[in-house]
Design a protein around this ligand. Structure first.
Ligand SMILES: [Zn+2]
Length: 563
């Protein structure tokens, strides 16, 4: 970038903002090779689910494909999903909105809403629970709970011809990155790619579904070859309650959704769909910029199924690298002028059995009595509540605990006090926060790695949806008491292994640099916005623009940037 003013001017011309500029109204497609200051015609925002900064650091030297290109571009190795609730939906809600979950309203993958009109009071983050006959497992996909606009939505507001598209292996990733106003959206659902209720799967994507069907149905008895660099990891690790992980090569059975999802094939087919949509909609080939959000979910399913330090993740890293290489080559071959951002919705923690074997013996699984039901039952007995009354409601062993609204206000106060006292007695519990106090904590600023646990919890606290009590576990305590197939390891903690993610940018003409100081995923939207001419009003978001110019110029627009 030569000057920021030239960047902004060229964006304005491209979007038709300067009505008197020559060339407007011509139907010509811009040249494939950009001038330094031309806006990209396609912003490709990629989230690799559970791609921790630790994984990026561990595998960085092994990449030879698409990830190598990104690892040698503009690298923020200490990106942060800065909040405590490091789950998929909150994490994805930060990436394209510039906002903490406290502002996006996406406090967890699921929360409890005791005022919900339907019988099931558990709300899935990416559903519309007002749809008749739904529950949180059989839901109608929607971004209605996302309270803030995405970059693609902001772009469409000033440039109606721009397209905002999302494709992902998970509905919640596509919806949280795309938002409510999407021109096309596809996500994986039980063996095929589908779209939102009331929309049609276009013929090109249906052709891919038809091609995918026999692949999905057939077993893959040979599995994948193990790269030389992965062979030392091929070691069976016994998992609590039976079975082992660490030696699986994706020789999967046929027609098993969980096995297909937890394999590199999911990402490869997701990218196939993205490429089809790029072709069908001619994304990045018009006069104005488009935004494509791409959620690659296999890394997360593999991490949950096998942990992230075994041969399975090693094979996945090599596969992901090649899948991304294929996508970038596809865009290059079409001459599309594009820009790439890649990050993750959260990091991840290996299964405690392997962590404990490998120099961290205190790694463990959560006490199976540390649940809202067990603690609630003890409190109910103490307080003489009627049989069957559950004073505490929760969606899991950590995070948000809700006081039963059927109890009187006085009784709720007693339950709250008793629950906080009991929770603090568990040695595995690091912190317990009363929502009334958490709501008074200012949203934190300053280096994210120095935030207190309370500040981290504050960043994913939104009073209308968060619990009355927030529970955080100690480091290296895995909140899965009883592992099973597909679920031996997880994320969701307020610690760096779950919070730290890489944030990578690539664009032709931008010089590479690496900035090891901490930045945040909420900085991504305001960083991308100036490239497509979007101005975000001050105070609208939590992030700041990261200047991607390696020298004295700035990519952050005309306004002075405050750090
Ligand atoms: Zn995730």
């Amino acid at each position: 970038m030569k000057t920021t003013r030239k960047l902004a001017l060229s964006v304005a011309v491209s979007l038709g903002v300067l009505a008197a500029s020559p060339g407007l109204g011509e139907e010509t497609t811009p040249p494939a090779t950009p001038e330094d200051n031309d806006p990209p015609k396609l912003v490709l925002a990629i989230s690799v689910d559970q791609f921790s900064a630790d994984l990026f650091a561990q595998y960085r030297q092994t990449y030879t494909g698409g990830l190598k290109r990104l690892a040698n571009a503009i690298v923020f190795p200490s990106g942060y999903q800065s909040h405590a609730a490091t789950e998929t939906c909150p994490g994805h809600s930060t990436i394209m909105t510039g906002s903490n979950p406290a502002r996006t309203g996406i406090v967890a993958n699921d929360w409890v809403d005791q005022s919900a009109a339907r019988a099931d009071k558990i709300i899935y983050c990416a559903e519309d629970e007002r749809e008749a006959g739904t529950d949180h497992r059989n839901y109608v996909e929607s971004a209605v709970h996302l309270l803030v606009p995405t970059l693609g939505e902001r772009l469409k507001a000033i440039s109606p011809a721009s397209r905002n598209v999302a494709v992902s292996g998970k509905d919640r990733a596509a919806l949280m990155m795309g938002g409510n106003n999407v021109d096309a959206i596809y996500f994986w659902k039980k063996g095929r790619f589908v779209t939102l209720k009331g929309r049609t799967v276009e013929p090109g994507v249906e052709r891919i579904n038809a091609e995918l069907a026999p692949v999905f149905a057939a077993p893959d008895p040979d599995g994948l070859s193990v790269p030389e660099s992965c062979r030392h990891l091929n070691q069976a690790i016994p998992v609590k309650d039976g079975g082992t992980v660490g030696t699986y090569h994706f020789n999967r059975p046929g027609a098993v959704d969980g096995a297909f999802r937890a394999s590199p094939a999911l990402d490869a087919w997701t990218v196939r769909v993205a490429e089809q949509v790029i072709d069908d909609m001619k994304l990045g080939q018009g006069k104005v910029p488009d935004v494509l959000s791409l959620g690659l979910s296999a890394t997360d399913y593999i991490g949950h199924s096998f942990g992230n330090e075994g041969v399975e993740m090693c094979i996945q890293q090599a596969s992901l690298d090649q899948t991304l290489e294929g996508l970038f080559s596809f865009l290059d071959a079409k001459g599309i002028d594009y820009m790439v951002m890649l990050t993750a919705d959260h990091g991840g923690h290996d299964l405690p059995e392997r962590v404990a074997m490998q120099a961290y013996p205190s790694a463990t699984r959560i006490d199976d009595k540390l649940t809202a039901d067990d603690i609630g039952a003890a409190i109910a007995a103490d307080l003489g509540l009627s049989d069957g009354v559950k004073p505490l409601l929760a969606r899991g062993p950590i995070g948000d605990f809700y006081l039963n609204r059927d109890l009187s206000g006085e009784m709720r106060d007693k339950v709250r006090a008793a629950a906080i006292t009991r929770l603090k007695e568990y040695p595995q519990v690091a912190a317990v926060f009363d929502a009334r106090e958490l709501a008074q904590v200012p949203l934190p600023t300053g280096p994210v790695e120095e935030w207190t646990l309370e500040e981290r919890a504050r960043a994913s606290f939104y009073a209308p949806r968060s619990g009355d009590i927030i529970v955080l576990l100690r480091k290296a305590v895995t909140p899965i008491a009883h592992p099973g197939p597909g679920y031996v390891a997880t994320h969701g903690s307020p610690y760096d292994y779950d919070r730290r993610v890489p944030i990578l940018f690539w664009r032709k003409g931008l010089s590479p640099f690496e900035q090891p100081l901490s930045v945040r995923t909420v900085d991504i939207e305001p960083t991308l916005a100036p490239f497509v001419g979007v101005t975000i009003p001050q105070g609208d978001i939590d992030g700041r623009c990261l200047d991607l110019d390696a020298g004295a110029a700035s990519t952050c627009g005309l306004e002075p940037v405050t750090n």
